[in-house]
Design a protein. Sequence first.
Length: 123
Amino acid sequence: MNQIKNILQHAVNQSDKAGGALSANALTGLERHRRRQFTFFVVVEVVVVLGVVACAWFLVTHPGETAVTKALTAVIGVGSGGGLEVGRRIWKEWARADLLVVMLSAASEAQVKTVIDQLLKTL
């Protein structure tokens, strides 16, 4: 959420210097942030799935190694749980940015200014 606050603050600062166009600056920054968050989400989830698959493959092909089996089952549990939590947080940030893009794209310049000012106060 801190990143969204920085984007909005930057849009306000740029609009003060440029004499307006607050919504265009905010939308550009939020769209870029949204795309970046989605890319991070996909990468994290692919890494988690590949890691679990690699561990499961090793467990299936080497069933006799008990010490390694215990370690890999722990890695699967902790790694997949942690990876999914990171993915959830990234997705939450992406959803917030997406909601702001939808809200601000249909709003007038005055409404955008009001929404951004209120968001900056609460964030």
